[in-house]
Design a protein around this ligand. Structure first.
Ligand SMILES: C[S@@+](CC[C@H](N)C(=O)[O-])C[C@H]1O[C@@H](n2cnc3c(N)ncnc32)[C@H](O)[C@@H]1O
Ligand code: SF4
Ligand code: SF4
Length: 369
């Protein structure tokens, strides 16, 4: 799919595994309660759900008056390194054959020349490489060898005539724009042409000391006065539907502790589960209350920034306006979906729980790629 563009409304995250060999300082992987790999029958159902969602979503987007220019896509992403699922190339091919764009997220340590070729042959559109540091800083922050990452990036670019198929993700983990610019310049010199900049997310409050404690934020009450509860609906759950490796829907990519228990892909469609998610955000939960993406928390931070002289009252007004419009979008996104039945927290899918030694074993022995 040449010229593949990201259009957020059409991307579903499917987590092929939450195992990972890295230990990025900005990633709270150790807070996740169990580890595993998506089984083929769960993948088959997940793909079915994404295809079904594409039809429903296109319809909803038309209703909202937006053009349907974006190719729908599945993004293999989640709380781990997606290349560690040994069926990855089969899954890319299956999604590609279903006329979906395919994005793979990885730290690229295992993406050697043979694997890169296999991914390209299977029809991957974009490989998103987590490469927000270089050299010794990379080794300190990611706890992985930089030489290997750079070799794999060069090999991938060498194998494809289209450098846009590789995108480096730059997480602004220490909020140092000069550092980010230096890292970007390094990758540009290597031949990388596509970048995604991510600001630091506190993952529903799981990352400590990176953001204010929103429970005691001095501007929390003022934020609630400026933005009603109806206008404070987070758009992440409807913009980025998330299917976890065990077939359960996650609230969003920030619920690393899996605190919110939602139905599985065998119970409800992606579209149907949106109302459940909205109920969760509306009624409040620990993960949303502590999240720097929550609309009230964003407004509280912005009020603080205005007070400190780092932003203007116009910035605050523009933010509130944007959040109101995005809440309206969230409400419309599940229009026509019947009220959600009560949530059944029982697991219907056996989950293979791996302890730390199992996880190491998975990485060393069963990850045939
Ligand atoms: C969660 S990772 C999972 C996929 C894969 N392991 C990887 O690192 O690309 C997906 C993306 O989220 C980014 N990420 C991880 N922790 C983050 C945080 N606290 N804030 C913002 N982005 C983060 C990573 O850099 C990566 O680009
Ligand atoms: S590579 Fe991705 S999943 Fe692994 S620790 Fe880093 S950000 Fe987290
Ligand atoms: S506010 Fe809730 S739904 Fe939105 S990103 Fe944060 S944790 Fe996810």
């Amino acid at each position: 799919m040449a010229g593949f563009e990201f259009k957020v409304h059409a991307i579903v995250d499917v987590e092929l595994t939450n195992l990972c060999g890295a230990n990025c300082s900005f990633c709270p992987r150790d807070a996740t309660p169990h580890l595993g790999v998506m089984r083929p029958e769960i993948f088959a159902k997940a793909l079915e759900r994404v295809i079904e969602y594409r039809r429903q979503r296109d319809f909803a987007i038309e209703l909202l008056g937006s053009p349907r220019t974006a190719p729908p896509a599945v993004s293999f992403c989640g709380l781990g390194d997606q290349v560690l699922n040994r069926h990855l190339t089969d899954y890319i091919a299956a999604a590609h054959d279903s006329d979906l764009g395919v994005v793979v997220n990885t730290n690229a340590q295992r993406l050697d020349r043979a694997h890169s070729q296999a991914l390209l042959d299977a029809g991957v559109d974009v490989v998103m490489v987590n490469g927000g540091e270089i050299g010794e800083r990379y080794e300190a922050v990611y706890e992985l060898p930089f030489e290997q990452l750079e070799r794999n990036v060069r090999d991938f670019l060498d194998l494809t005539p289209d450098p846009e198929r590789l995108c480096i993700t730059l997480v602004e983990h220490d909020r140092d724009p000069d550092r980010v610019a230096a890292v970007r310049a390094h990758w540009t010199a290597v031949g990388v042409r596509r970048f995604r900049h991510l600001t630091l997310i506190n993952r529903g409050g799981t990352l400590e000391h990176t953001h204010p404690d929103y429970a005691t934020h001095p501007h929390a009450a003022a934020a609630r006065r400026l933005l009603s509860a109806d206008d404070a609906l987070c758009a992440a759950p409807s913009l980025f539907p998330f299917i976890a490796y065990d077939g359960r829907y996650l609230l969003c990519g920030s619920d690393w502790t899996r605190a919110v228990v939602l139905p599985t892909i065998f119970d409800l469609s992606i579209h149907e589960v949106l109302r459940h998610k909205d109920d969760v955000v509306r009624n409040g939960c620990d993960v949303c209350d502590g999240c720097n993406h929550h609309p009230h928390n964003k407004v509280a931070d912005m009020i603080g920034a205005v007070e400190a002289g780092d932003a203007t009252p116009d910035d605050l007004e523009a933010l509130v306006d944007r959040l109101r419009r995005s809440s309206a979008f969230v409400r419309q996104s599940y229009d026509g979906v019947p009220p959600a039945p009560p949530i059944d927290g029982r697991r219907r899918i056996p989950v293979r729980v791996l302890d730390e030694s199992d996880a190491g074993c998975e990485r060393e022995t069963s990850v045939a790629m």
